[in-house]
Design a protein around this ligand. Sequence first.
Ligand SMILES: Nc1nc2c(c(=O)[nH]1)N[C@H]1C(S)=C(S)[C@@H](COP(=O)(O)OP(=O)(O)OC[C@H]3O[C@@H](n4cnc5c(=O)[nH]c(N)nc54)[C@H](O)[C@@H]3O)O[C@H]1N2
Ligand SMILES: Nc1nc2c(c(=O)[nH]1)N[C@H]1C(S)=C(S)[C@@H](COP(=O)(O)OP(=O)(O)OC[C@H]3O[C@@H](n4cnc5c(=O)[nH]c(N)nc54)[C@H](O)[C@@H]3O)O[C@H]1N2
Ligand code: SF4
Ligand SMILES: [Mo]
Length: 690
Amino acid sequence: MSQPHLAEPAAKPAPTLQVKGACPHDCPDTCSLVTTVENGIAIKVQGNPDHPLTDGVLCAKVARYPERTYHPERVLRPLRRTGPKGSGRFEPVSWDEALDDIAVRLKAIAARDPQAIVPYSYAGTMGLVQGESMAARFFNRLGASLLDRTICSAAGTEALVQTLGGKLGMKVEFFAQSKLILIWGSNSITSNLHFWRLAQQAKRDGARLVCIDPRRTETAEKCHEHLQLLPGTDAALALALMHELVSNDWLDHDYIARHTLGWEALRERALLWTPERAAQVCGLDAQRIRALARDWGTTRPAAIRLNYGMQRVRGGGNAARAIACLPALTGAWRHPAGGLLLSNSGRFPIDRQALQRPDLMPGGVPRTINMSTIGDDLLHAASDSFGPRIEALLVYNSNPVAVAPQSPRVVRGFARDDLFTVVLEHFRTDTADYADYILPATTQLEHWDVHPAYGHTDVLLNRPAIAPLGQALPNTEIFRQLAARMGFSDPCFADSDEQLCRQAYGDRVDFEQLLAQGWAHLPVPDAPFAEGGFATPSGRCEFFSERLARQGLDGLPDHLPNYEQPGQSAQYPLAMISPPARNFLNSSFVNLKSLRDIEGEPLLEIHPADAAARGIADGGFVRVFNDRGDYHCSARVSSAARPGVVNGLGVWWRKMGARGTNVNELTSQRLTDLGRGPVFYDCLVEVEAA
Ligand SMILES: Nc1nc2c(c(=O)[nH]1)N[C@H]1C(S)=C(S)[C@@H](COP(=O)(O)OP(=O)(O)OC[C@H]3O[C@@H](n4cnc5c(=O)[nH]c(N)nc54)[C@H](O)[C@@H]3O)O[C@H]1N2
Ligand SMILES: Nc1nc2c(c(=O)[nH]1)N[C@H]1C(S)=C(S)[C@@H](COP(=O)(O)OP(=O)(O)OC[C@H]3O[C@@H](n4cnc5c(=O)[nH]c(N)nc54)[C@H](O)[C@@H]3O)O[C@H]1N2
Ligand code: SF4
Ligand SMILES: [Mo]
């Protein structure tokens, strides 16, 4: 625990507080925070040394939270647009003026059809309270369109649901005891730092670490082995591993017989995937596939840390399904340090009925808008199949103009003069520039919340450490006040944030412990599937999914080639992926100078051979383009990129990038095989020196 500032030359000792909170970001680690407050000012944010997984350590981003919180560009008053959309010209107005006008506008639209109003929110905060609680009640009561929140994890989620029965997996702590860890589609040092510490512990105890990633990331460099496959070819690799498990009989026949479904069919499918065939598809050497199969088939305990990076392609759902079959084949689940972890967020159900109150919906279930196609949807005319044209958009906890695919379409949609847009934000993001009203929201240091995690199995409470800055209000309070103006009188609109925190888990979590300690372990089993007990309809690990077959889909996992495959187009010969930059979190933190200075500028990594063929020099300015748009940035000539694949590190604010562009200028709005998720990493481009 940090010491109060003793060196301060204060006449009287400053009242120093240490307040426990939770990191709100969309990161698997969900760290426990300790904020040091002096005279009402947060001076330091540190990792809680008493929370085992956080262990006193934060990433560089959140360690800079005071810089973000007290940033001179925080929006601290409601703002009304005065210039054309996108111009960023606003004037301050009072809360009453803003909320009264917003309510009048929404009432008029709702009188025609409330489904013309669309909420747009994602993972600015993962909190259950400042995320979908009061906001969801508001939109449910209004009868607004529903939002399918697909932008991050939809394909992988659906894959886990179909295969294991839910977002369930190993307890992360046990990775420290694994003897083989496949880090698959994840740059752990960047995006899952506290897992990486466990992997390091395992490595010191003799574990072998293998990274499977098209990019030579900082994580790949520190693993014993790196399989630098082509993007979107993971299912082929997984099937070839199965081929070898079968051929060499590295199978746990007892586990397969008792706890899986569809083995005969999967076996036949796998036998079609010789290592040679997969090697061609993946751009790998067949011998290395064989060696990896041997490792997986003969090492105990063996574990896979899968992350969402590999499911952002056409076949992402099938690929995650194929990988999720691997632990059952070898009985890896028998040991707590064996199996797989993508997400554990389904481990302990949240009381969403209580938080979101779907029973408030006035009519039937409204139409659903997929957040991953917001560009097209904003430009969609009314039709029988689509429903009403979108007339109003209320954005909170998200920056879609920067993060949603195919931004030229997104920008056109947001620029519509007949669209009424309200953005609840901390900053004037790319999205806020298109708002009719920007409403100042509190940050994590200023409000209550409760946080489940997807990379571990603790729940955390976030207490406000400081009073709201300026006129900022929590999202909940903004929707409470809007609800009052809309005439929504259900008593649930009066629930306080602390009450909402308690409702999230009801009495299944000891709230007094959360208040006292800041976090609580959830009661979850150490080895969830040691004795089977999968959450699927059959109770087995479903290699074959009857539910998928009934939807007319393949009941078995297979390799589905990318929509945009390298070699397919002479015009656009390079595949582009756009994984996260280490010092940003999606588009958050891009406006923090200290972090932006570390990242430097928007970059495209390109292999020396691809660069040479195009006369591109390291550090030179390039135009990256396809039929969807142009992205301007600097080239980093590096073998971090494999030949034929370029890496456009994300996700910069457009207005801080060159010529007002970012990497989503190029990505498409096509959707994944399962879950209707985005395909950010399924994208062909060409690059030229500019
Ligand atoms: N610092 C930082 N941390 C973050 C984030 C961030 O933006 N910055 N984002 C957060 C969010 S929103 C999420 S969802 C999580 C998870 O975040 P993810 O988006 O999964 O992030 P990464 O761990 O970087 O994993 C992506 C990795 O997958 C690789 N990859 C791309 N295509 C393929 C493919 O086809 N196959 C395989 N095998 N690999 C592929 C990329 O090169 C990259 O190294 O991390 C969170 N943590
Ligand atoms: N090309 C490409 N695009 C990607 C990705 C990629 O890898 N490549 N990753 C995708 C992924 S995995 C994800 S999850 C999405 C994420 O996209 P978003 O969900 O949009 O996440 P952020 O970019 O972090 O933006 C969150 C915004 O919410 C605001 N915010 C934070 N807390 C609060 C709050 O309490 N109240 C209010 N009102 N606002 C708040 C922040 O200031 C920030 O501007 O991006 C996706 N886009
Ligand atoms: S972003 Fe992740 S690693 Fe950083 S403080 Fe938050 S939870 Fe921890
Ligand atoms: Mo995400």
